[in-house]
Design a protein. Structure first.
Length: 353
């Protein structure tokens, strides 16, 4: 999604194109869900508005979907109007989107931003997308539809835990980074194995210790206290429920062309509410609603845990503690110091930032 068309495109009139910036490392602001990335990104863009116009490129596999606003914690219309945004509201919930497609779309967005003299700021926590963009992915052959249909049927019959155990046997590298309940990615990994004869990890370029395909400076907002993040996750999910999340899911169901097996409906939160509605539960009952809310919170905590695990495998990231009392403005100032530091001047131990 580009900047709302009703807003003037300030990036076209601020700073002339600077070819030198085309080769500088990408700026990436990442971290687990609910850590405050959106607020810090907007504060950073405001801080640099006059000297270095920023456009945000979303790295989020849920924000891509239209009609899914509350449960994805999508930036508000006001927030979207403050800074140009890309890769938000770009596909229908019926569509399937991949990391490979993200790389194409993100690369195009980055090129366009730089051609206008702007600075792309990649913001989000879908680590597979980020890894694919920075390190690249080998092109995978198309998966025969009959293989996909067979795995879909097996997933429904056996469940994700059983198929995760199978994945451990044929692709232990991929299985190690997927939770047993991660239905979508477990099925995808098995589809790749049965459709190509090679594990999914075979197609991921292994460049540990080597240079990224795209150089990047990564700033990661991470809490030092896990309980702090758990409280943030719970508060945000409760706020989403109060804002009409259940009604949003009901509207998606009313379309008639969506089902629980689509990647969009498997998004955290949507899956839990959809399953409750499928089961005929009365979400008007406060006790039932509270139980579904707890399921959504638990699933979101698991997502955050997986994100932190991914981040810990990125030794070059610069960690900013997001639970030390600093507000978004102060964290944006610290992030700005990392992003704009001359080569060789960055902290010697990024994790202690």
């Amino acid at each position: 999604m580009a900047w709302p068309p009703t807003q003037p495109d300030r990036t076209m009139h601020t700073t002339p194109h600077d070819d030198a910036r085309a080769d500088e490392p990408l700026w990436v602001l990442t971290g687990p869900t609910a850590c405050g990335k959106t607020a810090v990104a907007l504060a950073l863009a405001e801080r640099l508005r006059e000297t270095r116009p920023i456009e945000i490129v979303s790295i989020d596999s849920a924000l891509i979907y239209r009609e899914m606003d509350i449960g994805t914690a999508k930036p508000t219309a006001e927030e979207l109007a403050q800074v140009p945004h890309h890769l938000i509201d770009i596909v229908d919930p019926l569509e399937r989107y991949s990391a490979a497609r993200f790389v194409v779309d993100a690369t195009e967005a980055i090129s366009g931003i730089r051609s206008r003299g702007g600075t792309p700021l990649l913001v989000g926590g879908t680590m597979l997308y980020l890894k694919a963009l920075l390190e690249g992915m080998d092109e995978m052959p198309a998966i025969p539809p009959e293989v996909r249909a067979e795995l879909d049927a097996r997933m429904k019959a056996l469940g994700s835990v059983a198929l995760h155990a199978e994945l451990q046997q044929v692709d232990p590298v991929t299985a190690a980074r997927l939770a047993p309940g991660d239905t979508q990615r477990i099925q995808r990994a098995l589809e790749v194995f049965h459709g190509t004869g090679q594990p999914l990890s075979h197609f991921h370029r292994k460049q540990s210790g080597g240079p990224s395909r795209l150089p990047a400076t990564l700033v990661s907002l991470e809490p030092t206290d896990r309980a702090w993040l758990h409280r943030r996750v719970a508060l945000r999910f409760e706020q989403m429920m109060a804002a009409g999340f259940v009604d949003e899911v009901r509207r998606l169901r009313a379309r008639g062309d969506l089902d629980a097996d689509l990647p969009s409906i498997r998004c955290v939160g949507y899956r839990q509410v959809w399953e409750a509605l499928d089961a005929g539960l009365d979400l008007g009952d406060p006790r039932v609603l509270a139980e579904v809310t707890e399921r959504g919170i638990a699933a979101t905590r698991q997502l955050a845990k997986r994100q932190v695990t991914w981040l810990r495998g990125m030794p070059s990231r610069h960690v900013l503690a997001c639970d030390d009392g600093r507000d978004a403005q102060a964290l944006a100032e610290a992030a700005c110091g990392v992003f704009t530091a001359p080569p060789g001047v960055l902290p010697a131990s990024p994790q202690q930032t």
